[in-house]
Ligand binder design. Structure first.
Ligand code: IMP
Ligand code: MG
Length: 173
């Protein structure tokens, strides 16, 4: 069967969720300087929209982690393919993810950041996919919750495809 794309979030719905996340984050970190660490590659579209809605001084860096090896199920084997370069010592850090699924990536990142002694670490994700959670990770800011399904678009890919779609879809194979 050919791949089918079923609409999940429109451009307008995404924009509204991004605005409301940015509003909450701006409120919580008012008067503070925030260090944002985006998790590549999937987060690049969301992060670009999110930071432009913030009313804060932010520094932005990226880390790239790989765990999927081209499939739709996490291999469970997270590895770093690009390290952070910002000095996060004594800084308030916000990890920004496109989607949290098993939780392994976020759990790995929290451990990875500890030896850099940030003042605080919080997590923001556009999508919280709950069904396959393997590790309970604290997620402080959530744009949208789904229980299952593989999503593409707005930065999210399947085997490097569909990232540039402006809306979010459920991929049916
Ligand atoms: P986790 O480690 O299983 O929580 O997965 C985190 C990463 O897997 C996310 O940052 C995404 O890059 C990728 N991922 C998880 N679910 C999806 C999905 O439905 N579509 C696209 N990528 C996904
Ligand atoms: Mg990701």
């Amino acid at each position: 069967m050919p791949e089918q794309l079923i609409p999940v979030l429109s451009r307008a719905e995404i924009a509204q969720k991004v605005k409301s996340l940015a509003h909450q984050i701006s409120k919580d970190y008012a008067e503070k300087e925030l260090c944002i660490i985006g998790v590549l590659n999937g987060v690049f579209v969301f992060l670009a929209d999110l930071v432009r809605e913030l009313t804060l001084n932010v520094q932005i860096d990226f880390i790239r982690l790989a765990s999927y090896d081209g499939g739709t199920v996490s291999s469970g084997n997270v590895r770093i393919t690009k390290e952070i370069e910002l000095d996060v010592k004594n800084r308030d850090v916000l990890i920004v993810e496109d989607i949290v699924d098993s939780g392994l990536t976020v759990a790995f990142l929290m451990e990875y950041l500890k030896p850099f002694y940030p003042k605080s670490i919080k997590v923001c994700t556009l999508i919280d996919k709950t069904e396959r959670r393997q590790v309970q990770v604290p997620i402080d800011y959530v744009g949208h919750v789904i229980d299952q399904g593989f999503l593409v678009g707005y930065g999210l890919d399947f085997d490097q495809k569909y990232r540039a779609l402006p809306e979010i879809y459920h991929l049916k194979q």
